[in-house]
Design a protein around this ligand. Structure first.
Ligand SMILES: CC(C)=CCC/C(C)=C/CC/C(C)=C/COP(=O)(O)OP(=O)(O)O
Ligand SMILES: [Zn+2]
Length: 431
């Protein structure tokens, strides 16, 4: 019997053609890298700190004037820039810092939450970006400018009957909304039973047959939402309700032969998923942790007070630990992804003069600069047993001067500033 189609009829799909075109570009870069002398290779792998800082500071100076299409995103631009600068171990001058605090304060709604610009309606995504920006700036003026009580009222107003949250009044309900609400509530120490109620069920309803998490029930698993859903489940201490085995499977297969991550099956790798997928991978890695402690600070770890280091807890995945203790746990497994390959994609394919991009052929922008640097940081520390212990030179691609500041992957805030905020808000007696 004759087959209805023959090899001669075969045509690649658009996705295949796009994938091959990208592979050609990426492997051209890698071949060139392999064929140049070692000192030129070192130069190619170097993080171009000065040019990145220059680009970022310039962006911050232009925050005041309205950005055309990005006008509803100004707290995001603040966060992408300030977080990138913090990851690079730099800070902004006092005038710029005060400008940023004043600007973000003007985005705060009188009934709570932050909008995309002064006078705009409050939105959960810009509230997350504003709070993360102020925490990244740190210090009393910045942290005290956040009206926690009003944010709490805003979060309660955004609570939806499904158990999830709406992004804004009458807005869409999705996993992003759950994450931004819970992340903000957790770091500001205003997370309570009313906010948590039903969130776990909502996230569970978004885990798909592939193992990753979709934005809404019935949609496709995606790296951005997988990070949001997983981090939320850890923050509300319900992570063990997820199918972690299939989530891990889905996640590890999202790293492409280019070294970077794709956001979803059969799509192209993109530098920003270095954090969304890489960050999710380090969260899972930390779930498989030893719940012992190295410092006296951990004596309040309510997980398993008598546990010896090196001993595995029965409930290590569904630990009753607070987010603070979660980050302080020692990991005991190797990274779930190829850390050096990811660093190679970020440094050789995403890095350009003064910033980072999605992939070769694209231009730099503040979003990709933020998430490529965040992904680079999680990759650099992915072999470290503790979130803040300096990585061994072997786990870092390029010169040791490439080393970034460690982040708290639950919130994507530099660890030191995140700890300062947690302490500040743990002592805040009033809302
Ligand atoms: C904290 C917070 C607000 C997180 C947001 C998380 C995030 C990045 C979600 C991604 C949304 C999405 C479906 C992008 C697909 O874009 P695409 O189709 O252009 O890209 P793709 O081809 O790579 O999937
Ligand atoms: Zn991207």
């Amino acid at each position: 019997m004759e087959s209805s189609s023959s090899a001669a009829d075969w045509k690649p799909t658009v996705s295949q053609e796009e994938q091959w075109a990208l592979e050609n570009q990426v492997f051209h870069i890698y071949r060139m890298f392999c064929n140049i002398p070692p000192n030129s290779q070192s130069a190619m792998l170097e993080l171009q700190r000065d040019s990145h800082v220059e680009y970022l500071v310039k962006g911050l100076r232009h925050l005041g004037p309205a950005f055309s299409v990005l006008d509803a995103n100004r707290p995001w631009i603040c966060y992408w820039i300030l977080h990138s600068i913090a990851l690079l171990g730099e800070s902004v001058d006092v005038a710029l810092e005060h400008n940023a605090i004043d600007f973000i304060s003007r985005c705060q709604d009188q009934h709570g939450g932050y909008g995309g610009g002064p006078g705009q309606m409050p939105h959960l995504a810009t509230t997350y970006a504003a709070v993360n920006s102020l925490i990244t700036l740190g210090g009393h003026k910045s942290l005290a400018s956040i009206s926690r009580g009003k944010i709490y009222s805003f979060l309660r107003r955004m609570k939806h009957t499904s158990g999830g949250f709406s992004m804004h009044d009458g807005g869409e309900v999705d996993v992003r909304a759950c994450y931004t609400a819970i992340s903000v509530a957790s770091v500001l120490n205003i997370l309570d039973e009313e906010l948590v109620q039903g969130v776990g069920n909502y996230i569970l309803s978004c885990q798909t047959y592939e193992g990753g998490i979709a934005g809404e029930p019935g949609s496709e698993a995606h790296g951005g939402y997988t990070f949001c859903g997983l981090a939320t489940m850890i923050l509300i201490n319900e992570v063990n309700r997820l199918d972690l085995a299939s989530l891990t499977d889905w996640l590890v297969f999202r790293q492409g032969i280019e070294g970077g991550f794709q956001g979803r099956t059969n799509k192209l790798v993109d530098g920003c998923y270095s954090f969304w997928q890489g960050g999710a991978a380090v969260l899972i890695q930390r779930l498989h942790a030893v719940t012992g402690s190295t410092s006296s600070e951990l004596s309040d770890d309510e997980d398993s007070p008598d546990q010896e280091e090196g001993q595995q807890s029965d409930d290590e995945v569904n630990s009753s630990s607070s987010p603070v203790n979660f980050i302080r746990r020692h990991t005991k497994t190797e990274p779930l992804f190829q850390s050096q390959a990811l660093q190679q994609y970020i440094l050789l394919c995403s890095q350009v003069e003064g910033g980072f991009r999605d992939k070769p052929g694209k231009s730099r922008d503040h979003y990709h600069t933020c998430y490529c640097l965040s992904g680079l940081a999680v990759a650099q520390y992915s072999w470290s047993k503790d979130a803040d212990s300096a990585p061994l030179p072997g786990s870092l691609l390029g010169p040791y001067s490439n080393l970034l500041e460690p982040v708290n992957p639950l919130h994507n805030i530099v660890l030191e500033q995140c700890n300062e905020a947690r302490e500040f808000f743990s002592n805040a007696s009033t809302l």
